[in-house]
Design a protein around this ligand. Structure first.
Ligand code: HEM
Length: 332
């Protein structure tokens, strides 16, 4: 089971003066994205320079080479045949708002990719190492985080989070899903979870969800290896792996089938759905950027012509990430 509750004793926000800085307007006057960022801060606290979620990460660089099939689904510039590969910046992260969380924590991991197109414009993919989100809507996600934040070790049983899980079976399944620890950030599969609409040069539209699959295959630690892993084992490992040679992951588009929900990211589509290969991400360089206080902002809604957000959660995410970004530096 993912150890969400381990985060709650660290809900320092209630006593953390920096959190008070974030609480300027009464909650009723705040937008939903701002309320969600407050709720993250309520679970994890506010840490100077750090993201409200996925606070600890590692930044690398590489290239993206589109597959021949990519242009069949989208006219997006980076999905067309290229003279030279498209530069990418990749950030792998731990799913927690605690910048010092040990890499052996059992929360889902993140992979964010920023593509720099030939005209210098940029587009991003922000994905998680689990195929499905705990809840269907951003409003429910706010309630999930508020319930988690109210369920510290001293909270009376059943806690607000117990109650939330018993009335939200998908969230219960998400929290309870067994998730072995990865050998490497480069041996995990990542899922875009939210649905986008892709349009090709002939105007044909396709609804799909990103999948990013490691070419080395998925590899997990055996139980007896877990206790031997240092607190930064994933950060250290990916650096060593990249120094040995390019770390490759395939970017695929899982295409919606009849009846698949476009606006409910809590329901994974069946594995039998058609997948179109979009290309290969090759991570080739480490960087010296901070693991906890970089200045990058990845936006799930940063798209280019040929790709559009289809799931309404994407707009809420894209409004929430810049709020967290502003707080990263305000708290310093
Ligand atoms: C309503 C839904 C969601 C909200 C409000 C939300 C909010 C946030 C916030 C505030 C951050 C910190 C951003 C920053 O400081 O730059 C973040 C980071 C992140 N989120 Fe979400 N999130 C949501 C759903 C998702 C989903 C569905 C995924 C995966 C498909 C996801 C994956 C990530 C990842 C990987 C990061 C770290 C990005 C980075 O490395 O910069 N989130 N999220």
């Amino acid at each position: 089971m993912w150890n969400f509750l381990a985060a709650v004793p660290l809900a320092v926000s209630l006593v953390n003066p920096t959190f008070a800085v974030a609480q300027e307007a009464p909650p009723s006057q705040k937008s939903l994205p701002e309320q969600i960022v407050d709720a993250f801060n309520g679970v994890f606290g506010v840490h100077p320079g750090a993201r409200a979620n996925h606070a600890k990460g590692v930044i690398l660089e590489g290239t993206f080479t589109p597959s021949a099939s990519a242009a069949s689904v989208s006219k997006a510039a980076h999905l067309q045949k290229q003279k030279t590969p498209v530069p990418v910046t990749v950030r792998f992260s731990n799913g927690s708002g605690l910048p010092t969380v040990p890499d052996s924590n059992e929360m889902p991991r993140g992979m964010a990719v920023k593509f720099t197109l030939p005209d210098r414009s940029q587009t991003d993919i922000v994905a998680l190492s689990f195929n499905g989100f705990p809840v269907a809507t951003a409003e429910d996600f706010k309630d999930f985080l508020l319930a988690l934040g109210a369920s510290g070790p001293d909270a009376p049983k059943p806690t607000a989070f117990d109650k939330f899980l018993s009335s939200h079976p998908t969230a219960k399944a998400f929290v309870g899903a067994p998730k072995p620890l990865p050998v490497s950030y480069g041996t995990l599969a990542y899922f875009g979870i939210n649905t986008f609409k892709f349009t090709n040069a002939s105007g044909v539209g396709t609804f799909g969800r990103y999948q990013i699959l490691p070419v080395a295959g998925e590899k997990f630690l055996a139980k007896e290896q877990v206790s031997k892993m240092g607190p930064d084992y994933l950060v250290d490992e990916i650096g060593e792996r990249v120094r040995r040679g390019p770390v490759k992951l395939k970017l695929l588009l899982q295409v919606a089938g009849p009846g698949d929900k476009i606006d409910d990211p809590s329901i994974a589509w069946p594995d039998s759905r058609k997948r179109v290969e979009l290309g290969t991400i090759a991570i080739t360089k480490t960087t010296t950027q901070s693991h906890t206080a970089d200045t990058l902002l990845f936006l799930p809604g940063a798209v280019v012509p040929g790709i559009e957000a289809a799931d309404p959660m994407i707009a809420v995410r894209s409004a929430a990430y810049p709020i967290s970004f502003a707080r990263r530096f305000k708290a310093q």
